[in-house]
Design a protein around this ligand. Sequence first.
Ligand code: SF4
Ligand code: FES
Length: 369
Amino acid sequence: MDSPFGLLAELTYRCPLACPYCSNPLNMAGYQDELATDEWRRVLVEASDLGVLQCHLSGGEPLLRRDLVEIVRDAHDLGLYTNLITSALGLSRPRAEQLRAAGLDHVQISIQSDEPTVSDRIAGIPSFRRKIEAMGLVKELGWPLTMNVVLHRHNIDRVADVLALAEDVGADRVELANTQYYGWAWRNRDALLPSRAQLEAAEVVVRAARERLQDRMDIIYVIPDYYSRYPKPCMGGWASRQLTVTPNGDVLPCPAAHSLPLPRASVRDDPLELIWAEAPVMTAFRGTDWMPEPCRSCFRREVDFGGCRCQAFLLTGDAARTDPVCYLSPDHDLVARAVEAANADSRNDDLPLVPRPHRPGLPLVACPR
Ligand code: SF4
Ligand code: FES
């Protein structure tokens, strides 16, 4: 068993945006009892003791946590590399300066498109202009900036313009991440899945941009695994190098594993070290012993680890099956049918996108400064 390298600290699932591709759980009401500042402090200490080097502060919208600066300072003081993953709504100048002083190392800002109307429509609220201003602020304060754009059927045709926007704002890195189908994205899958023609056109644009911008901007392009022959090596293997702590203290091997029928493990009940080593949610699919055929005897079993457990569960109802994305999987027709529908005609263009609720059961409060 290796030590975890990265901690994804999901500080809250509250969010001012309503993106239909969000991977947060559908039952957000189950996560309202958020860890307090001193609980996060203990999680960070335990994570550092366990070998974690990178701390990704995410959500929901982490800027909605009034104690974000303190959490960043704690992580920084422990020697962790800190990355804020944000919509940037709530990143005012005073708050950004406080985060800079607290030692925040890197900022990743999501934007929904290069075009304001499209971006605001997908985000569910007017936000484009504020995001662009926040990107300027991030560069002004000297942070490295990653611009993240989740790609799908409704914006992938704009990828050349998205790359031009990334250049304009001076992004050091742009992450073009085709939607992964978990949480709300799973619910909207058929409306979000692009066609093969859309993907091929986008790949041509990305290849050319990579060549042109190789010294100036890193371009990360995450292909949609539904179109791959083999599945992605999700998380580098189950409970291998990454762990996630959810807003209420649940510990997971990946952000989507809340959907699996495995016993809960919580930092409120046990130390992180014990959970990492022994909790069933961590050990269930660690290594290769759990694998069924065809993975068990496959030459790629140490390459992709049988694919994604969460995807296997969502598609088949059994997390221990081969990821149906794999063309060798006995369940591959489940993926093939979705791909076929995405390419059949323009029917999927008219499917409604269900926006993610901001935060059911909670009153809306303004973003703190
Ligand atoms: Fe990967 Fe399993 Fe497919 Fe082999 S059979 S390529 S190990 S998912
Ligand atoms: Fe959970 Fe892939 S997202 S294992």
